[in-house]
Every structure is written in structure tokens, then in C-alpha cells.
Design a protein around this ligand. Structure first.
Ligand code: URA
Length: 235
């Protein structure tokens, strides 16, 4: 890889900014000043900018506890996005794997690994996603059966069977956990709406093998562990 791309990928600056740094002699490879932006970096080369080593990190994986009110997008002119919450040299490459509605909270995987994202989001893969849901009333047996067996959300759009665990069901509200295996637009809200009950709070707890770390507070994130990365790649 070219030296200027290596440095720009690692967030040292834009392509023209890093070219300037290189020209001015601030960059060394294996301890020797290199003034050529097109110089090829080999695996294991020590690249330093003003004596600080710049290690090339290919792929990054973060779990974010998405708070309500933040957009599931990479960038937006007017609004804060989930990627804005992540401090990373590679921020320009990062994107959320799938979307949560603005008012939905919980687990969001943020990465620059397009292949993994593609696999996790593929409708053929049926990766399970678990949500904690608060509903605006009691949930009946019939409603549960209906949600679990798959519902027609609109003409020709039928959900896959889901599973429901009722944690609490009272006249004023119910709390449930639902596992769905696809990711249609506003899916959970629409599934309950279709049986006449309204979602008043929604939080994603897990996606495949990846479980939201209970130590994270809203808006916080952490890098995935090696083990979590390996497991999610096996989904
Ligand atoms: N289902 C919804 O309705 N909204 C979300 O954000 C995620 C799943």
C-alpha cells in the first residue's frame, strides 16, 4: 500500500494533508525519513509520524449502546449520527450494521467490515435479534400466537415466525422479549400494531451471538473482543 493511503486510512489527515507531512520530512519508515507519497509500505514496516508509530488497523468492530434521538446513519448534515458517537481514526469508513429507529435504543454494531455486514443483514441468513419491548396494554394469548406465527404487515409482506417471552402483562402495560429473524422496516412496531397493541419502548438486546454489554451506558461503546469478533463472523 502507498504511504499516503496508509496514513490517510489511519486518520492522520486527508490525502493532501498527509502528502504535505511527507514532503516536509515528518514521516519515517523503519527510522528513515521518506519524502515520497507513493512509497510502498510492506507488512511489518514501522511507520512513524513525528516519532509516533502509526499502526495500520484493517478492520474495526464496536458495540454501541445507541441512545434514543440519534440517527442510524454514517453522516447527516443536521443531525447527530451513531458514527459521530465513535472516536476512531477510521471514522470515515465506519457504518452501522443495519438500522434502529431514531427512538429505538440498544445494541448496534459499528464496523468497516462490509463483508460481515452483508452476511449479517442477508435475509437468507435469519440472524436472530432480540428486543425488549414495552407495550401499551395487556397482551392476550391470541395476540401472542399471532405475533409468533408470522403476520401480514401489508399486502404480500409476511413476517417469519418469531418467538415471544412475556415478562409482565398488565392492563396498563406489558413487557416482553421478542426474537425476530429478519429486519423489515419498523418490523417490531408493525408486528404489534398489526395485532392492535402499541410499542411504547423498544431496545435491542442482541444480534446473533453479539449481546449488549450491560456495563455500557446509553451512548457508550466499546471495541468487540477477539472472541466476540470470531463468534459474530460464524453467525
Ligand atoms: N423494529 C422496529 O420497529 N424498530 C427498530 O428500530 C428495530 C426493529
Amino acid at each position: 500500500m502507498r504511504l499516503d493511503k496508509y496514513l490517510a486510512d489511519m486518520g492522520v489527515g486527508t490525502r493532501s494533508e498527509v502528502k504535505r507531512l511527507i514532503r516536509k520530512g515528518f514521516v519515517t519508515i523503519e527510522g528513515t525519513i521518506c519524502k515520497k507519497a507513493e512509497e510502498q509500505i510492506k507488512d511489518g514496516d514501522l511507520v512513524e509520524v513525528e516519532k509516533s508509530p502509526i499502526v495500520y488497523v484493517e478492520q474495526e468492530y464496536y458495540m454501541l449502546y445507541k441512545p434514543a434521538g440519534v440517527l442510524s446513519a454514517t453522516r447527516d448534515r443536521n443531525e447527530r449520527t451513531v458514527v459521530d458517537l465513535i472516536e476512531s481514526r477510521r471514522r470515515k469508513d465506519l457504518f452501522p450494521v443495519g438500522r434502529l429507529d431514531r427512538d429505538t435504543e440498544g445494541l448496534l454494531l459499528i464496523t468497516n467490515d462490509g463483508e460481515l455486514a452483508h452476511r449479517l443483514l442477508s435475509p437468507k441468513k435469519h440472524v436472530g435479534k432480540v428486543y425488549f419491548v414495552i407495550l401499551n396494554g395487556k397482551i392476550t394469548k391470541e395476540q401472542i400466537t399471532c405475533v409468533e406465527s408470522g403476520i401480514e404487515l401489508e399486502a404480500g409482506v409476511v413476517t417469519l415466525p418469531a418467538s415471544l417471552k412475556v415478562l409482565e402483562s398488565r392492563d396498563e402495560k406489558s413487557e416482553v422479549e421478542i426474537t425476530i429473524y429478519e429486519g423489515k422496516f419498523h418490523q417490531v412496531k408493525r408486528m404489534f400494531e398489526a395485532v392492535g397493541i402499541k410499542v411504547i419502548y423498544l431496545k435491542r438486546l442482541s444480534m446473533g451471538t453479539l449481546v449488549l454489554d450491560p456495563r455500557l451506558k446509553r451512548g457508550e461503546y466499546r471495541a468487540l473482543t477477539e472472541e466476540e469478533i470470531e463468534e459474530i463472523k460464524r453467525n
